[in-house]
Design a binder for this molecule. Structure first.
Ligand SMILES: Nc1nc2c(ncn2[C@@H]2O[C@H](COP(=O)(O)OP(=O)(O)OP(=O)(O)O)[C@@H](O)[C@H]2O)c(=O)[nH]1
Ligand SMILES: [Mg+2]
Length: 366
């Protein structure tokens, strides 16, 4: 059977965190019943969603700075680093081993942690660093250097429309990130079009449509269960006709093990590529930073299946340990376009290596 003839009922269920599709559907139905469209925006409990209504995506909400967003992330790592330098200490192998452990337990991969500590040892020796402050400053600089390959210029407005497809596992923040980017582009006077190619999850189409309504941005959609590639195809034609600067394609969350759903992404790639071989110009994978090393595995599989070109790290304002940015860069050298530090429109920040390293590892408080 050709891809085109697949019906949604033949697709495997989207399961994550052991949720069955029935669970997902019944949650979605409950969400739909709730007051207004609040339920479409998240899977959070009603009380949480309602309490967020004032700030969720509200342009007037006070956005977090990167430093503020990384508050929780930073305190975890700095507690560990502070612990290494507590009391009197020698800059010996034991101390560097403890530092290495602090980095590894903050989601920096073993390889990257080894590399960082090796460079640090050399610097401590060659620059005759003797105090904790000097070691921590040197570590911050080493982390900045390691993160630099991920800070890349984005030629997003060089093509028109620039076609950007968002991929990732369930609930990582794909749809919210699309809305945040769309809002920021719109603020820059660019025209955006959205494609509701998550035709799989109940209420996903309405979720994107509601974002579009709020921002006055057109959303191309078909009904739930429609062929995702057909939606992307329609949206591209509309974006061409309208002369939109950017087309962003929202896709359903999926696990890499769901081969039918991974093929669906390949099909979107193929269908767009048939119209113009350079399309989609970019496949951006959204990674929930709080999933730590698991994010690396997700990226590896999605990259193999659909050729991921860039990354966005979300939920760095939560329990994430932050080191995942270092691991992702060390292993994949892909651009990290943005980091998510909250739920509002402007809680999505361009990734800047130095700013990130400074926010992650500030000076030790004496
Ligand atoms: N705190 C915080 N929450 C975020 C961030 N990004 C997204 N979220 C929240 O994560 C939840 C899931 O976001 P969605 O955008 O629906 O995720 P998704 O990947 O589209 O989900 P599926 O379409 O079901 O796969 C929502 O409650 C968002 O508000 C972030 O950077 N910080
Ligand atoms: Mg979504």
């Amino acid at each position: 059977m050709s891809d085109d003839k697949k019906t949604p009922t033949q697709e495997p269920t989207l399961q994550s965190n052991n949720e069955s599709q029935n669970d997902i559907d019944s949650v979605a139905k409950k969400e739909k019943k709730r007051s207004g469209l609040a339920g479409f925006f998240s899977r959070k409990k009603v009380a949480e969603v309602n309490s967020n209504q004032d700030t969720l995506g509200a342009p007037e909400a006070e956005p977090a700075t990167v430093e503020q967003g990384l508050d929780r992330t930073r305190s975890g790592l700095m507690d560990k680093i502070g612990g290494v330098f507590k009391g009197s200490f020698d800059l010996d192998d034991d101390l560097f081993d403890s530092l290495e452990e602090a980095l590894i337990t903050s989601d920096i991969s073993v390889e990257a942690s080894l590399g960082l500590v090796d460079s640090l040892k050399h610097r401590v020796k060659s620059e005759r660093i003797q105090d904790a402050h000097g070691v921590v400053s040197a570590l911050r600089e080493e982390i900045t250097t390691m993160l630099e390959p991920a800070e890349q210029d984005w030629a997003v407005f060089n093509q028109r429309p620039y076609v950007l497809m968002m991929v990732g596992v369930n609930g990582v923040g794909k749809t919210t990130t699309i809305a945040k980017i769309a809002k920021q582009f719109q603020d820059q006077g660019r025209s955006v079009m959205l494609a509701a190619a998550d035709t799989f999850r109940a209420a996903a189409v309405e979720q994107l449509q509601e974002w579009g309504k709020r921002m006055d941005i057109p959303v191309v959609a078909q009904k739930h269960g429609a062929d995702a590639a057909a939606v992307a195809h329609d949206a591209l034609n509309s974006a061409i006709v309208k002369g939109s600067h950017v087309l962003m394609i929202d896709t359903a969350g999926r696990l890499h093990t769901q081969s039918d759903l991974m093929e669906q992404l390949q099909k979107i790639n193929r269908v767009l590529g048939n119209l113009d071989p350079s399309m989609p110009h970019e496949v951006m994978q959204i990674l929930d930073a709080s999933t730590g090393q698991n994010a690396l595995t997700q990226l590896q599989h999605f990259q193999k299946a659909v050729g991921v070109n860039s990354v966005c790290l979300t939920k760095l304002d939560g329990s994430a340990k932050g080191g995942v940015a270092v691991s992702v860069t060390e292993k994949f050298k892909l651009p990290i376009r943005y980091i998510g530090v909250g739920e509002g429109y402007y809680d999505l920040k361009p990734f800047l290596a130095k700013e990130f390293a400074n926010a992650l590892i500030p000076d030790l408080i004496e």
